[in-house]
Design a protein around this ligand. Structure first.
Ligand SMILES: NC(=O)C1=CN([C@@H]2O[C@H](COP(=O)(O)OP(=O)(O)OC[C@H]3O[C@@H](n4cnc5c(N)ncnc54)[C@H](O)[C@@H]3O)[C@@H](O)[C@H]2O)C=CC1
Ligand SMILES: Nc1nc(O)c(N)c(N[C@@H]2O[C@H](COP(=O)(O)O)[C@@H](O)[C@H]2O)n1
Length: 220
């Protein structure tokens, strides 16, 4: 499985404000690129923190790209994956609508009855981990389900865990020309952070886009 993180951060490394309020860091060209990257993916993933903060749809917007997917024998939309250890995704979240398949990764702390109710509503639930989603085990299941290309959009807690679990192949980050600031604002990689054995990147391309810069890295 090939796993790519794509996110947008301010020049000071923040993903959103301290109030976890999403702002448009990307410009139109970067949003087009994100739509294209989603269309090229089998699934688009976020952590439940992003679902609670943004209520994202994680769908492809472009009709041309949706048509191209169906021409290739793929579902019109990539699946949506949420890492959600204790099942905090609200039942009216956009991610649970009919626009695309949704896969919730939960831990064994979630009652079987709640899992069954979601499955009855057509949601795929993968249980992996004791109290917190074990990402390595969950990703092995996703791979067994036939997912080859996974795009991760955030947020910072999930991205750090994926670095920590050594599950990432690529990182693309759009750096917008804005400063958000705030010690409590989410950054590209939050979690506990590394104190040694840092994740190392190899810079592949640097591109000027909108009023910012797109950095593409391979994860070593
Ligand atoms: N600028 C951008 O490109 C993006 C910005 N964001 C922003 O990021 C913020 C949300 O980020 P976070 O609060 O960091 O939440 P997050 O989206 O990273 O979700 C973290 C949550 O995922 C769950 N989870 C389950 N298993 C996990 C594991 N093994 N490791 C880590 N988390 C696990 C936990 O409940 C954890 O609290 C929002 O403000 C959102 O707007 C989110 C996506 C993209
Ligand atoms: N790539 C990117 N650039 C920005 O400027 C952003 N604010 C975000 N935010 C993330 O995009 C997702 C929203 O998805 P939908 O449009 O609802 O499908 C969500 O995950 C945001 O946090 N991304």
């Amino acid at each position: 499985m090939h796993v790519v993180v794509n996110a947008a951060m301010s020049a000071d490394g923040k993903l959103s404000t301290r109030e976890r309020e999403q702002i448009a860091i990307s410009g139109p060209d970067d949003f087009e690129r994100v739509d294209s990257l989603r269309a090229d993916s089998d699934a688009v993933m976020v952590g439940v923190g992003t679902v609670l903060a943004d209520d994202p749809s994680l769908t492809v917007d472009s009709a041309t790209r949706i048509e191209a997917r169906t021409d290739q024998g793929k579902p019109p939309q990539p699946a949506r994956i949420v890492a959600d250890s204790s099942l905090r995704t609200p039942l009216d979240a956009r991610i649970l609508d009919d626009a695309a398949e949704t896969i919730l990764l939960v831990s064994d702390a979630v009652a079987d009855s709640r899992v069954s109710a979601l499955e009855d509503d057509g949601v795929t639930v993968v249980t992996a981990g004791d109290g917190r989603v074990d990402l390595r085990a969950a990703f092995a299941e996703l791979e067994a389900m036939g997912l080859d290309q996974v795009m991760v959009e955030g947020g910072g807690e999930l991205i750090f865990s994926l670095f920590e679990a050594d599950l990432l192949d690529e990182l693309s980050v759009f750096v917008g020309s804005v400063v958000i600031g705030g010690r409590d604002a989410p950054t590209l990689a939050d979690g506990d952070g590394f104190v040694a054995d840092f994740s190392r990147l190899e810079l592949r391309t640097v591109e000027r886009l909108d009023d910012g810069v797109l950095l593409r890295y391979d994860v070593q």
